[in-house]
Design a protein around this ligand. Structure first.
Ligand SMILES: [Zn+2]
Ligand SMILES: [Zn+2]
Length: 398
């Protein structure tokens, strides 16, 4: 099995694993094979690993491992930040040693002497911005402002108190147990930047993703061009190869040329392949994030909508008529009534008890939801408006 086939196998397996971990919980996959695989990887695998370790290493070691994993997963620490910085710096070092001396050449213009340092600076700069910018931490001082920016849709966000911060949680906010704060328009907690991603720093997070993806593809492109220049220099295109068995001579093939180069420039080839693969992974994540932006949902909200979609698919979702009208904008007169209800939320068919109303009355009071398209996401202002909201977020301290 040659290097190319091996790389393809590993990439496919890795892509499947990432897909299962990212989308296995989605309502569409939850009850199927991918959902089962997701539960296997996230529930059963850690459970059996824990049991096996208990048998092999004993309780004391497992307890230490537990507290170690608790620290890794549930507290704020810079380990992944350090890992990212080491990875990027290591790759830049390998590039500097193996590729930089070859620039410029017949395939790489002089402009790259200036763009490479610029690209490197932008990666470190965006990493610092994303890691140390305020994601939109809510305090007693700016909470009223946040409450006035986002109204409750009474579907995925209803007025609730944060017991830790001791104030009313604005719509679209979430309390992060790692940062120990409520974050305005919370997206998710990102361990790579050791920071929450929210209303104020989502743009820096996107910039960080774009520059990481950019440097990865740029690096692999430069490696490719350096290889092409090197092939010309070594006149590889004119080589002949001899078949070991038949002793037949033939011109070197396209695949053989590249295998020859990979064999002679191992370090540079490894860097190029690693950068290209890393770029693909980050690009896939960028596409996912942008699809959420264009739909007007945060990562946190996408999980909430997924749960609602799951209930709809199971035929378990009915919505109070008042809420349905409010959601569809027919709420001018009823607004006060709906708001007064406060916690009016979509009701699951299962578990409703003690209904004194007649069947017909009940049918009028509730709307049966057959598809997620029947529910409007009031935070979706259109792709362009959503993007502008991210690039130029309204300030929280005014
Ligand atoms: Zn809080
Ligand atoms: Zn956080």
């Amino acid at each position: 099995m040659d290097v190319v086939t091996l790389v393809i196998i590993y990439v496919t397996l890795f892509a499947c694993l990432v897909f299962i971990l990212l989308f296995g919980e989605a309502s569409f996959f939850r009850d199927g094979f991918i959902g089962r695989m997701h539960r296997g990887l996230t529930d059963s695998f850690p459970h059996y690993l824990h049991k096996t370790l208990l048998m092999i290493c004993g309780q004391r070691v497992v307890r230490k491992l537990d507290s170690g994993s608790k620290y890794l997963l549930e507290s704020r620490h810079p380990l992944l930040q350090i890992f990212y910085l080491s990875l990027i710096t290591g790759c830049i070092f390998i590039f500097w040693q193996n590729a930089w001396p070859a620039i410029p050449n017949s395939h790489v213009g002089k402009i790259h002497v200036y763009t490479v340092p610029l690209m490197i600076a932008s990666v470190y700069g965006s990493f610092i911005l994303a890691s140390w910018s305020n994601p939109g931490v809510l305090t007693r001082e700016n909470n009223d402002r946040a409450l006035s920016i986002w109204e409750y849709d009474h579907i995925i966000f209803t007025p609730k108190m944060c017991r830790t911060c001791q104030f009313q949680k604005p719509a679209r906010s979430k309390h992060c147990s790692i940062c120990k704060a409520c974050i305005a328009k919370s997206d998710h907690h990102c361990a790579w930047i050791n920071n929450c991603v929210g209303h104020l720093n989502y743009r820096w997070f996107l910039l960080f993703l774009f520059t990481t993806c950019g440097i990865a593809f740029y690096g692999s492109y430069l490696v490719l061009q350096i290889f092409r220049a090197e092939m010309d220099k070594r006149q590889i295109h004119d080589l002949w190869v001899m078949d070991r068995i038949t002793q037949e001579r033939s011109r070197i093939s396209f695949k053989q040329k590249w295998l020859y180069m990979i064999h002679h420039e191992m370090m540079l080839a490894a860097l190029g392949i690693f950068a290209a693969l890393g770029g693909i992974v980050v690009l896939a994540f960028i596409c996912y994030q942008l699809s959420l932006v264009f739909r007007g949902v945060t990562t946190n909200e996408s999980f909430k909508w997924d749960d609602i979609d799951y209930d709809i698919r199971k035929g378990q979702l009915r919505m109070p008529r008042e809420l349905y009208d409010f959601n569809h904008g027919r709420h001018e007169e009823d607004q006060s009534t709906t708001r007064a209800k406060g916690n009016t939320t979509a009701t699951r068919r299962k578990g409703r008890k003690g209904n004194e109303k007649s069947h017909d009355q009940e049918r009028d009071d509730y709307v049966s939801i057959k598809s997620i398209a029947q529910i409007k996401n009031i935070y979706h202002g259109g792709p362009w408006a959503n993007l502008m909201d991210i690039l130029f977020p309204s300030p929280l301290n005014v």
